[in-house]
Design a protein around this ligand. Structure first.
Ligand SMILES: Nc1nc2c(ncn2[C@@H]2O[C@H](COP(=O)(O)OP(=O)(O)OP(=O)(O)O)[C@@H](O)[C@H]2O)c(=O)[nH]1
Ligand SMILES: [Mg+2]
Length: 348
């Protein structure tokens, strides 16, 4: 260590903790190790307040923690990584729900794409994201360098679990809004239908501002899939309501996804959508849950039908509705006479 500053041993070898515990992974002396270097991380002459050092390692640790901010991996965020976002603003937590293949992940990718292609989208600017690499990952199969003939989205693996958030910070002339989307496999929702314990595992729904249920429109057009698709989506709502994790504080959006397939099918009978809309609304209204209906095209399969339809309305709904904006905060006069508080009799 130099006399005027704090230095740290840096090792570029994966798994080596020499910077923390002083032990080289290969048992070498730091001066002989080809992977190690010593870097100055703080000039004591310019730093007035320092933690009292107990030993070299803890001193270095404290200094590092004080001087550097925690860095994000920039892939999809884990729940603990979202805390800095939810504590800095009234972030909107948006749970994208629906069985596998219903279009959840493609909708996030399409929203990101809309901001990349245009200076602004739906009156908003894209300000930042703490999960930019995650956004690029879910967009990969839609890019030309993936060398696909047709844009696609990779299935969200079941194995990534339920702790997977994509972040957008969106700005309009008056404010910035943080949006946190869950990007989880539809299998979690399928499992919840038949198993109350699996439904209860979707605990993060209790904090959700929005529960956006994706229903694949092409399945409702198909005689073989229609009845089962209806049953599945009724089942998801009932299971989450019975497990008491979907409450009246949360806004529910019923989304008929892949609407391009309906538009392209000249013989399609749209009555089925009204029937589904009404049966799901009935379930939700009985629990006083506010519901809106949306028809969206996240990625059109047809040249004469544009992608992005309905996403602007959905984005506005996500931004402008929050469970915490339902009840305007009021200051309550509790009638305390502060001078008479009992704790004032104590020195500490
Ligand atoms: N025609 C059409 N296809 C779409 C649309 N949105 C998504 N798709 C396609 O539907 C398929 C499934 O989309 P995903 O976004 O992966 O579905 P998901 O709900 O995230 O699925 P899981 O991750 O398995 O739960 C992909 O092949 C998409 O390209 C749309 O608006 N129109
Ligand atoms: Mg997905």
């Amino acid at each position: 260590m130099s006399n005027t500053g704090v230095s740290k041993i840096i090792c570029i070898q994966e798994g080596c903790n020499i910077s923390v515990d002083g032990k080289c992974l290969e048992g070498l002396d730091k001066d002989n190790c080809p992977h190690c270097s010593i870097e100055d991380i703080l000039d004591l002459n310019t730093e007035s307040i320092l933690p009292s050092p107990t030993d070299e390692v803890s001193q270095t640790r404290n200094v590092v923690e004080n001087k550097y901010r925690k860095l994000y991996s920039a892939t999809a965020l884990k729940e603990e990584e979202t805390i800095s976002i939810t504590s800095r603003s009234l972030a909107r937590v948006i749970v994208l729900a629906g069985v596998p293949f219903s279009g959840k992940t493609t909708t996030i990718a399409s929203l990101y794409d809309s901001f990349l292609r245009n200076y602004s989208y739906a009156g908003y600017l894209f300000k930042s994201s703490k999960s930019l690499i995650g956004l690029e990952e879910i967009s990969f199969l839609s890019r030309s360098y993936s060398e696909r003939n047709k844009a696609d989205t990779q299935r969200t693996p079941y194995a990534i679990g339920k702790d997977n958030y994509i972040h957008f910070e969106i700005a309009d002339p008056n404010r910035c809004t943080d949006l946190l989307f869950t990007d989880i496999s539809g299998e979690h929702f399928e499992n919840a239908i038949n198993n109350k314990q699996d439904a209860e595992k979707l605990y993060f729904l209790r904090r959700a501002d929005h529960f956006t249920l994706f229903i694949d429109s092409s399945k409702l057009l198909n005689n073989h899939h229609r009845a089962f698709t209806r049953k599945q989506n009724r089942g998801i709502l009932k299971a989450l309501l019975e497990a008491n994790i979907l409450s009246s504080e949360t806004f529910v959006e019923i989304v008929f996804s892949k609407w391009d397939i309906v538009l392209d099918n000249k013989e399609s009978n749209n009555e089925v959508f009204i029937v589904v809309e009404n049966e799901l609304k009935d379930i939700l209204i009985s629990r006083k849950i506010q519901t809106t209906i949306h028809k969206i095209i996240s990625r059109s399969d047809f040249e004469n039908i544009d992608s992005g339809e309905g996403l602007d309305v959905l984005l506005n709904q996500w931004i402008n509705k929050s469970r915490y904006l339902r009840h305007p905060m009021t200051s309550i006069n509790r009638g305390y006479n502060l001078k008479n508080r009992e704790y004032l009799n104590f020195k500490y």
